[in-house]
Design a protein around this ligand. Structure first.
Ligand SMILES: Cc1cc2nc3c(=O)[nH]c(=O)nc-3n(C[C@H](O)[C@H](O)[C@H](O)COP(=O)(O)OP(=O)(O)OC[C@H]3O[C@@H](n4cnc5c(N)ncnc54)[C@H](O)[C@@H]3O)c2cc1C
Length: 667
């Protein structure tokens, strides 16, 4: 089901009329505090709409517990879009002058913005800092989703999934993590229970719309046996059990003979498809062709193999194999390159991922908190605003309580103001001599101004030209260049995982379906937080969707995906989730009407930072890439955020925050 196929009888079967649907029906409607209480009593979940009209200091304001449409939630982008479309100032009226004055105003309360406040305060312990963010929660992409089932707390990452990076952490990024008490390797060893799903494996679901028949083929062989990369990023297709051969797996798949033969060849044959060509030349050629092109034109595989591999790159790149360079696919250990004998050393045109991955002596910075890197955001806030968040360790943060009413307290030197979209940033006077910057933000239908000695724009590059009209044109053009990658992380609360147990699987690739991957949430036990221990207990299922449109450039695909996400109502996500789970897990006894307890769709129309892609972007030297031009200091305005690195990783967000703060202090 790829479109909005409404069918009342099928909807009933799927459970579209179950209580969760009623809650989501409220989406977008303003209901008051009474609504929160009523809904919470019925279900343990509150819909996103329930709190839509609460101020952040109102009793009951607690965004992590909201279900329904999250991520970039309704209301978060209205002001920014109105500003872009020239509508904001027609309705906002004259801004209210708050007379608030700060040392620093940070625009954007994601990991980069919070880190900027942290680095600034480290140099200036008495600094007064205001952080403004358009979302109802802090953390940006590092968003926390909470569910409760029978009183049990279940956590998921709404966005930023784990501490991991193809880069070695810089001294500053690592220093920040250490200051917060985070030792990823130690936490991983202590808290991640890799045994719980030990007897389960990977499967592939072939859907009838793409492959002619609905069929779940379990016991998929590992894509690359023992792949350190796959294990690190959680894509490992084996839990250590012996797997059947590709021939056995493919014999069960509804694929043509040509596809079966060529998939087995791609996976297993050690053929040098470029005999006599040097390493450097091979890498250069691979960087200029897509993985799809490599399979079809170099490996000479039958086109029927393409649907099987098409979505392999979705999660990491936000586009399919038609738009990812073959060299990157070699670096992330997709098959077909076994016989090419490529070395993991950077070549002249080695691609982004490969360049990072081959970095020598890289420490294993991998750890997935149950709520992803939202725990890092919470730790940053706890150190910035003591008293707002309980506890003091990197483990107790997971179940720590947050008092949102303390985030923007008048007497606090550091304040976080949510639901506040910055619409204007300008120097008070000429930027070469000004002593202050004026920042205007919109909240509700009203605009407000505050002043600061300087500002770090830790928001998305593409919004900055609309806020900061005084920037040079060349810089504005560079800021506009990247198109952020749209993504959806859907989290489904299930009553139990007995269907997975019966089928012997914990993760399923669904190359042709609405969500192309789904997997049981990692089992992490940390502090007081305990993950599901047995198949009879409730669990969270993570599903990912990448709304790309194969056939155009990566940037065009991302633009189209962005619009698709904004136009897709929650109901359509829900129908697709229920349909998909029913079809995939039905043979294990799963009933979508009975077994689904809650759904949160984390919609990110502006997800990953745009990373340069040799298929579409020129070969800029370092220093002349759009991100290098875009992040130049302008008077008392500096620019952070992972966009400033053109790299969608937490350590990059920290590094950019550090640089932006140093530039500001030096100015
Ligand atoms: C679904 C998803 C999964 C990811 N998984 C990982 C992962 O596993 N590991 C990893 O390292 N990275 C991951 N990333 C990359 C992630 O982007 C970075 O790690 C990091 O969280 C980015 O932080 P940031 O502060 O740079 O940006 P953001 O988190 O985007 O924060 C910027 C904030 O500024 C706000 N803002 C924008 N405009 C305005 C305005 N005008 N006024 C006020 N506020 C504004 C935004 O709404 C946002 O809240 C993931 C990203 C996504 C989307």
């Amino acid at each position: 089901m790829q479109k909005d196929d409404r069918n009342p009888a099928r909807d009933r079967e799927l459970g579209m009329d179950r209580p969760i649907t009623r809650r989501d029906f409220l989406n977008g409607m303003a209901v008051g505090v009474g609504g929160v209480v009523a809904s919470s009593l019925i279900s343990g979940f509150a819909s996103a709409a329930d709190q839509s009209n609460l101020a952040q200091n109102a009793p009951g304001y607690y965004p992590p517990a909201l279900t329904g449409m999250r991520g970039s939630h309704d209301g978060a982008f209205k002001i920014a879009h109105d500003l872009r479309d020239g509508k904001f100032w027609k309705t906002a009226g004259t801004p209210i002058v708050t007379n608030e004055s700060y040392d620093l105003v940070v625009v954007g309360g994601g990991l980069s913005g919070l880190a900027a406040a942290y680095f600034y305060r480290a140099k200036n312990p008495f600094a007064r800092i205001l952080i403004l963010d358009n979302h109802d929660d802090f953390g940006g992409h590092a968003k926390r989703n909470e569910f409760r089932s029978g009183g049990k707390l279940m956590l998921a990452n709404g966005g930023t999934w784990a501490i991991e990076s193809p880069f070695p952490y810089s001294k500053e990024a690592l220093g920040l993590m250490t200051d917060l008490g985070i030792d990823p390797a130690a936490l991983e060893a202590k808290c991640h229970d890799r045994k719980i799903y030990r007897d389960l494996g990977a499967a592939c679901f072939f859907d009838k719309e793409t492959f002619g028949a609905d069929r779940l083929v379990t016991s998929e062989p590992p894509l690359v046996p023992g792949s350190p990369f796959a294990a690190n990023i959680g894509l490992s297709k084996t839990n250590g059990k012996a797997r059947p051969s590709w021939a056995e797996f493919l014999a069960k798949a509804p694929l043509s003979e040509d596809a079966r033969r060529d998939i087995a060849r791609i996976e297993e044959a050690r053929v040098d498809y470029m005999p006599g060509v040097s390493q450097t030349e091979k890498k250069d050629r691979l960087s200029r062709m897509s993985y799809k092109g490599f399979l079809l034109n170099v490996v000479k595989a039958h086109p029927d193999v393409v649907p099987f591999y098409q979505s392999e790159t979705h999660d990491l790149y936000g586009v399919g194999i038609d738009a990812v360079p073959a060299l990157d696919c070699w670096a992330i250990e997709l098959p077909g390159f076994q016989g090419l004998n490529l070395d993991r050393v950077p070549g002249p045109r080695i691609s982004f991922t490969a360049l990072g991955f081959v970095t020598p002596a890289q420490a294993p910075y991998f750890f997935h908190y149950p709520d992803g890197n939202a725990s890092i955001a919470r730790m940053l806030v706890r150190t910035l605003i003591p008293g707002a968040i309980s506890g003091h360790t990197a483990e107790d943060i997971v179940t720590a309580s947050v008092d949102y009413s303390k985030l923007d307290a008048e007497n606090s030197p550091i304040r976080i103001r949510l639901n506040s979209t910055v619409v204007g940033v300008k120097h008070v006077g000429d930027h070469t001599s000004a002593k202050e910057v004026e920042i205007t933000y919109g909240s509700g239908k009203q605009a407000f101004t505050v002043r600061a000695k300087g500002t770090v724009l830790a928001c998305w590059n593409m919004v900055i030209p609309y806020l900061c009209l005084e920037l040079p044109d060349k810089q504005k053009e560079a800021l506009h260049y990247g198109v952020k990658v749209p993504l959806v992380y859907t989290v489904v609360a299930l009553q139990n995982w007995t269907a997975f147990q019966k089928l012997g699987i914990d993760r399923i690739t669904c190359p042709g379906m609405y969500h192309t991957r789904m997997q049981l949430d990692s089992s992490v036990n940390i502090g007081e937080y305990k993950s599901s221990k047995s198949p009879d207990e409730p669990v969270l299922l993570r599903m990912t969707r990448t709304p790309c449109m194969p056939g155009s450039s990566a940037r065009d695909q991302q633009r189209a995906g962005h619009y698709e996400l904004l136009a897709t109502p929650f109901e359509m996500f829900e129908r697709n989730v229920r349909d998909q789970l029913g079809r995939v897990l039905g043979p294990g006894g799963f009933d979508p009407a009975r077994d689904i307890e809650g759904i949160t769709v984390n919609r990110w129309p502006h997800g990953y930072a745009y990373e340069y892609n040799p298929l579409w972007d020129p070969d800029w030297p370092i220093g002349e890439r759009p991100c290098d031009i875009a992040r130049q200091r302008f008077g008392r305005i500096t620019i952070a955020n992972s966009d400033a690195a053109a790299a969608a990783y937490t350590d990059q967000a920290f590094d950019q925050a550090y640089r932006a703060v140093q530039e500001l202090l030096a100015s």
